[in-house]
Design a binder for this molecule. Structure first.
Ligand code: GTR
Length: 407
């Protein structure tokens, strides 16, 4: 019956099993992949040395209005999925949420639940979700993280005390993160050409399908984060899913917040990440065609950041994490800024670099909460942290175009 029922009855029994029939997904149509149009191959594409102009539409004109941008946004999504990540199936019509455990934690300050989501054909796609809910009626803002296990946020109790729900899910339930492996999600939807990062991002969106059905959740204040490959996942999901109000890629680098055209010393390149013996399977196979030919890409990662606007985005990184391309993360930040400004959301785009290496440490989590407090509640961080300090302020501007006038 899972995934086949088209009736409109929603049976909500929090504490036992919650069956979600998702709004807007009530039709009985099948899950055919949307018609994917062929795009030019690498040799047919223009060579663009600077960060490409996100406002330049496929028809050669520049975005002038918000409506133009909405159309341009669809073009950008289409090309980034086509060349880089692959296409995802639509949301399943039904998700079954089974509560496996529930306990009071932090001296009664919160409730900690382990929930198993099942979805897709015969409910074969399963996702373990951990959710810690502050005491009280809510609704509470949420910080969701993708990870390899649940209940793995280092300062969860502190975040709960700030009034946030802390949730995480096991992305490897959907795709085990091994080359040549077909995970449960790819097996359940064989008609889609989605690679691993897209699978993990899709899983996050399904967890959000679940979260937005809970009364305790403030649906307008959902933040999504992850570290490293999880940061790449968070940025991709945040670019596509407009229910994510704040996107926080941490240490995401290549394939995430770092751009391909501009790389600092010792950083991971498109060629390295897509090498068959390394992480080719995270990406669509055609992405490797751009190895050593990054200037042929009709986009760069500032386009992915731009898709988040006018919602909020902060990349959190470490200066010593050279492999994750701090320099390129700054340059993609600069390339995305004009889009945030065009949409009147310049203050929603943040960047933060700490000293040290590759991790999502306690300081990073505090930075995340400070930025969330700022964009969700207008609070100035007591820590005095700023979210606009460029680590390489003298770097040349990586593009020559500017914000269109007269929006
Ligand atoms: C590295 C990979 C990075 C990053 C990292 C991680 O080996 O080269 O792109 O994703 O793994 O996820 O820890």
């Amino acid at each position: 019956m899972i995934g086949q029922s088209c009736n409109r009855i929603m049976n909500q029994r929090w504490g036992l099993v919650l069956i979600l029939l998702l709004p807007g997904m009530l039709g009985c149509a099948g899950t055919n992949p949307s018609g994917v149009v062929d795009m030019p191959g690498v040799d047919e594409l223009a060579d663009v040395k600077e960060l490409p102009d996100p406002f330049l539409m496929d028809n050669g004109t520049r975005v002038k209005t918000r409506a133009d941008w909405d159309r341009r946004r669809e073009e950008i999504k289409a090309m980034m999925l086509y060349y880089q990540y692959g296409h995802m199936p639509p949301a399943p019509k039904i998700i079954i949420a089974k509560e496996l455990s529930s306990e009071s934690v932090y001296d009664g300050g919160a409730t900690k639940k382990h929930v198993l989501l099942s979805m897709g054909p015969e409910g074969r796609v399963k996702i373990n979700v951990g959710i810690i809910i502050p005491k009280g009626k809510g609704p509470f803002p949420v910080i969701l993280k993708n990870d390899r296990r649940i209940f793995n946020v280092p300062i969860a109790e502190e975040i709960i005390k700030c009034g946030y729900i802390v949730a995480d899910y096991v992305r490897t339930d959907l795709d085990p993160d091994r080359k040549d492996a077909v995970g449960s999600a790819q097996a359940a939807y064989p008609d889609y050409d989605w690679a691993t990062l897209a699978v993990w991002a899709w899983g996050g969106m399904r967890v959000i399908d679940y979260l937005v059905m809970l009364d305790v959740v403030d649906k307008g204040k959902i933040a999504f984060t992850g570290h490293s490959r999880g940061g790449k996942t968070a940025l991709l999901a945040g670019a596509l899913d407009e229910r994510i109000a704040l996107v926080v890629p941490n240490g995401s680098g290549c394939g995430g917040a770092g751009c391909y055209r501009f790389e600092g010393k010792k950083s991971e390149s498109l060629e390295r990440i897509t090498a068959p013996e390394r992480f080719a399977y995270w990406f669509h196979p055609r992405f490797r065609d751009f190895a050593y030919k990054e200037t042929k890409l009709p986009f760069d990662q500032h386009f992915l950041k731009a898709l988040v606007a006018p919602r909020a985005l902060i990349s959190i990184d470490a200066l010593g994490d050279l492999w994750a391309n701090p320099y390129g993360t700054q340059q993609s930040h600069r390339g995305a800024r004009p889009v945030f400004e065009f949409l009147g959301a310049g203050d929603k785009l943040g960047i933060y670099f700490r000293t040290g290496g590759h991790a999502q440490n306690e300081d990073d989590w505090r930075t995340l909460v400070d930025f969330a407090d700022k964009v969700f509640f207008g609070k100035t961080p007591a820590s005095g942290k700023r979210f606009d300090k460029l680590p390489f302020p003298d770097a040349p501007r990586p593009f020559s175009w500017s914000v269109p006038k007269g929006n």
